[in-house]
Design a protein around this ligand. Structure first.
Ligand code: 5AD
Ligand code: SF4
Length: 446
């Protein structure tokens, strides 16, 4: 049997796409393998968001070239596929820079992978034109699904933040229809999913067609999903503050399946920098929005993305980011040094912040965010939390799952609990995970 090795970089949507590509290859007779040495097809599902992410692809392709030659000497054929956002952004350039690559395929075209692989027997192929057909109509769905699964509901972005490549690599905002999403959700739940994270580059701008063809909003979609028997939890990511409509804020207090967790990137606490980033909101508008969310869901855990060292950012402006973080308090966060991306407006600017200053600011911000994360994790100790069990734990007899606040928990319980929600008393907070004890009926009654 032929084997396929699929490796994904970057965001959750890339992880989702990689899963769909594995399913597609499985339907063509390729067994999934974790070992690149034995793969007949190697797919790198790449990320273009920052320079570091994009650079990784070329170093990986260098290693793959050696592997391909060694396999060829042993009489084995190896096809190398570059998929994802680097493929979309760099297209043909990849063929020129990496002679071992056979197929370059964009994020909207990967449903054509079987055909592209066939064509690659005689010529190297690039497929990055946005297709007229919808890839989702041409992809198989696997019969088994992870307890916590991703589901793409929206793709692309029309916001054009000055630093970001997404509007160019993923294209304009497109929402899938409610019917298509419900159909996929039901299949995932039948396959074992109990939690669905609705994903999109701008998922709170969701406006897919409802049953009567009229566009509906994200809360309406979540209400339809909530009624699927067996589906216990819903989450969504990632969002833009300006698309947090009133009905979505209210949904956090009304939809029982929607977990008390919100990832809402702010990028900076300085209104001047936010304006230069083309974010179209101020620091105070973000603060007020968070207040509104906390009013309807006081226990909500907040998460965000931050960029330090955007061109022209002063010390005082960076301090405003620190102040915003200190005031709001985040349960988790991602923070990055600004990285100029070709083709974006910010990359043209000549007032770059020196690398050393960026590093200093990133260290200060991450120290503050780490403190907040540790304090948040520690605040769970002593409490009973509802854990959705996802898989076997690190040690025999242990299982691992997540709290409503998305904190990983390890505890002793039989594997039969996988896919169920178990009350667990948290006894200790480690650096990456909580540790606890299942609360039995007797213990709860005591
Ligand atoms: N440089 C640094 N970080 C970036 N991000 C997006 N583009 C860049 C860039 N050019 C970050 C933003 C975004 C997250 C997914 O990646 O914080 O929210
Ligand atoms: Fe990029 Fe997000 Fe801004 Fe869209 S809203 S341009 S995906 S950072």
């Amino acid at each position: 049997m032929k084997k396929a090795f699929v490796k994904s970089y970057g965001c959750q949507m890339n992880a989702y796409d990689a899963g769909r590509m594995s399913d597609l290859l499985a339907s063509q007779g390729y067994a999934a393998t974790e070992s690149v040495e034995e793969a007949d097809v190697v797919v790198l599902n790449t990320c273009h968001i920052r320079e570091k992410a994009a650079d990784k692809v070329y170093s990986e392709l260098g290693r793959l070239r050696v592997l391909k030659t060694a396999r060829a000497e042993a009489g084995l054929d190896t096809r190398i596929v570059v998929a994802g956002c680097v493929a979309q952004a760099e297209g043909k350039e990849i063929l020129a820079r990496a002679p071992s690559v056979d197929v370059v395929v964009g994020p909207q075209n990967y449903h054509r992978l079987p055909d592209l692989l066939t064509r690659s027997a005689s010529t190297r192929v690039v497929d990055t034109e946005f297709p007229v057909e919808d890839k989702f109509d041409h992809l198989p769905i696997r019969r088994t699904a992870a307890v916590s699964s991703f589901l793409t509901v929206q793709e692309g972005c029309d916001k054009f933040c000055a630093f970001c490549v997404v509007p160019y690599t993923r294209g304009a905002e497109v929402s899938r229809s409610v019917e298509a999403i419900l159909d996929e959700a039901r299949k995932l739940v039948r396959g074992g999913a109990r939690e669905l994270t609705l994903i999109g580059q701008n998922v709170n701008a969701y406006h897919g067609a409802g049953a009567d063809g009229v566009p509906v909003t994200l809360p309406a979609l979540m209400r339809a999903l909530e009624s699927i028997p067996g589906l216990l939890r819903l989450r969504y990511t990632t969002s833009h503050p300006n698309d947090m409509a009133d009905d979505l804020v209210r949904a956090h207090g009304e939809i029982a399946a929607l977990m008390p967790y919100l990832h809402l990137p702010v990028q900076s606490g300085s209104t001047r920098v936010l304006q230069a980033m083309n974010r179209k909101h101020t620091g105070d508008e973000y603060r007020r929005l968070i207040e509104r969310v906390r009013r309807v869901r006081p226990d909500i855990a907040l998460s965000s993305d931050f960029i330090v060292g955007f061109p022209g950012e002063t010390d005082v402006e960076f301090d405003e980011t620190m102040r915003l973080v200190a005031e709001i308090g985040f349960a988790s966060a991602y923070s990055f040094k600004y990285s100029p991306r070709p083709g974006t407006p910010a990359a043209e600017r000549e007032d770059a912040v020196p690398e050393a200053v960026k590093s200093e600011r990133l260290a200060a911000l991450q120290a503050l965010l780490d403190d907040q994360r540790h304090a948040f994790n520690a605040s769970a100790v002593g409490h009973v939390v509802e854990v959705l069990v996802e898989k076997a734990g690190r040690h025999p007899g242990q299982v691992a799952g997540k709290t409503p606040h998305l904190l990983p928990v390890q505890f002793d319980a039989p594997a039969a609990t996988i896919g169920t929600v178990v009350p667990v008393r948290v006894v200790r907070a480690g650096s990456n995970s909580l540790f606890g004890e299942a609360v039995t009926d007797e213990a709860a009654a005591a």
